[in-house]
Design a protein around this ligand. Sequence first.
Ligand code: HEM
Length: 404
Amino acid sequence: MAGLATDPAYYDDPYPSYERLRERGRVVRNGFVAGTVDHAVANAVLRSDQFSSSALGELPGPLQRLHARVRDEDTLSPVDPPSMLVVDPPVHTRYRRLVARAFTARKVGRMADRVESVAARLLDDLDGEPTFDLVGRYASQLPVAVIADLLGVPDDERAQVLGWGNHAAVTLDPGLTWAQYRSSSAALREMHAWFDGHLDRLRRDPGNDLLSQVLADPEAADLTRMELHGIGLLVLGAGFETTVNLIGNAVALLDAHPDQLAWLEDNPDGWANAVEEVLRVDSPVQLTVRFATQDTEVADEAVRAGEGVLVYLGGANRDPGVFSDPGTFDVRRDNAGEHVAFSAGIHFCLGASLARLEAAVALRALYERHPDLRVVGRPERRTTRVLRGFEYLPVSTLARVPAA
Ligand code: HEM
């Protein structure tokens, strides 16, 4: 587990390390923390009300007081409290209800046309460019445009917000270097200042977006500035820092499996399941953590109050007890959707149906327009560990290799 947290080889390929953990048991300990790659244990921990998603409550009193003193609200990341991701009920229930109203199946369904037209426009912009970076020009642009619409961010501010988001993404990882900490704090400070201005603008001139809805909701009337920032910046960051990875990982996997791509071209109804299989086999969010709030038991293993359990979502998604031949990418796998790539329990991803829609539309549109698209050159993985995806994925639209 120490290797998974620190070894640079991990972001290239974490999967062999997960298999080594699996050999050692369903819950493995290293003296500091427990970890699991077991699908049933992962589900049990994520769904249990005897675990918290925040370490703070588990810190000894003096450390809690120290944290309160050094905490600088204007550099809080979208995954620091009061972000809904790391607070427990009843506070979590309240924040989640406010946002969930914008993510009803009906509202997401209504976004389909908009997602299709953004994908088409991005592909139009790439016309005449036979080679391009799929991440920079397409996979990152589509989720940013969609989430910016959802949050009422004007067109000319989107590139800046994407830049801040990339800086903030590293704060999810354990063991930041001082330089990473400094640069992400500076970016977060700018992002908070921008968000104050953005909220003011929406208060003066409300739109049809999620934040305007939250601001107008009587239940949100007494939210503090930081609570509003927590909600808005989490949706913003979660909305694009993850879906970009899903689309990039999908293109890399399909490129390595041209026979499956050919099958999808003949069976376009299969795209939805193909997206589930990408989420399973190369999960965009690899890891989350929970802390026991009392002495408890998972998978017949005792967990002490205050102990942390690292839940390797990407490892649980390759549990051979649930998925046959788990390392094999198979877009027709009938139980691909049993993955925990969107977590489980009360923090189950609020944007899951939007992410599924965006990925299926993005991939179908890409390959319909460019059936000969291939990865070329040397792709580069992001160096983040919690988030798994590509930093750079060069493709050519003219370079098909025949299906095997
Ligand atoms: C492929 C894309 C995505 C993946 C893999 C993903 C994954 C996740 C995971 C694993 C969690 C829970 C973490 C935990 O249990 O500790 C989560 C929570 C969340 N996600 Fe996503 N996400 C994606 C896209 C999105 C999108 C598009 C949005 C919004 C537009 C979004 C909004 C959220 C929010 C608000 C939460 C917090 C929910 C809560 O704490 O109750 N996500 N996501």
